[in-house]
Design a protein around this ligand. Structure first.
Ligand code: MN
Length: 243
């Protein structure tokens, strides 16, 4: 398994409120929110707690157990962030997104809260694998607006689910079959809000390797304005099958 990570503060922000995790077969990005440095605290605490609660990768675990472990780990992370927010006035209301991937042999599991994203590049095609928990995504689902309008909508940043903001949270957990040569991208909205899916696809397809792809994705998001923190993880669980 190959992977690379990048986290860039961007051009305008004074702190980087994104956090990332790459621990064996468990990967995640978290985009924190809250006043002062609360967002930074929320995303870091969430991932630390999430990884500890998920535990070391089991050697042979049936899929149901992995899915249950992801749900439990998201719950533990929510408890930790919510409790920390209650202990300090400056942290009141803080929260974070969390997009996590666990690679289990030929399968991949995702856990999703908020508007960070997972994409899959397979056979040269890019697919968004997660559904954003945002107001505009709900409006798309109701048929009120389309994807194009959602990208420029004034309420595009309003998220409808965050980790730590409320006493409980529900994560979307999904399970996917993998294929040799798959590349998985986890990223915060500092990347996905700046680059159209076809741009992301072309950058990865045209790069010589994962490192160059990661550098070029960050640079493209910066060139597009870089107003937000930019965090990404590129994972290639298995080499492409030989030809
Ligand atoms: Mn962000």
């Amino acid at each position: 398994m190959k992977y690379v990570t990048r986290s860039d503060i961007g051009k305008l922000r004074e702190i980087n409120e994104d956090s990332w995790l790459a621990d064996g077969r468990l990967f995640a990005v978290a985009d924190g929110m809250g006043g002062h440095n609360a967002g930074e605290i929320a995303s870091a605490l969430a991932l630390e707690t999430f990884a500890a609660a998920f535990g070391p990768p089991p050697e042979e675990t049936p899929g149901e157990a992995v899915a249950d472990a992801l749900v439990a780990a998201v719950g533990a992370a929510n408890d930790a962030v919510h409790a920390a927010a209650a202990r300090k006035r400056a942290y009141a209301g803080m929260g974070t997104t969390l997009t996590a991937a666990y690679i289990d042999g030929d399968e991949l599991f995702l856990a999703q809260v908020g508007d960070s994203r997972a994409y899959l590049l397979r056979d040269g095609h890019l697919t968004q694998w997660t559904v954003d928990h945002t107001l505009v995504q709900e409006m798309i689902a109701r048929g009120e607006i389309d994807e194009e309008l959602a990208r420029i909508h004034p309420l595009k940043h309003v998220i409808t689910r965050a980790l730590g903001t409320y006493p409980t949270v529900t994560a979307d957990v999904s399970r996917w079959p993998g294929k040799p040569g798959d590349i998985i991208l986890l990223c915060s909205d500092g990347l996905s809000a700046k680059l159209e899916p076809d741009v992301i696809r072309d950058i990865i397809n045209n790069a010589a390797n994962l490192d160059d792809a990661a550098d070029n994705l960050v640079q493209a998001a910066l060139d597009a304005g870089g107003e937000d923190n930019i965090t990404l993880i590129l994972i290639e669980p298995r080499e492409p099958a030989g030809d």
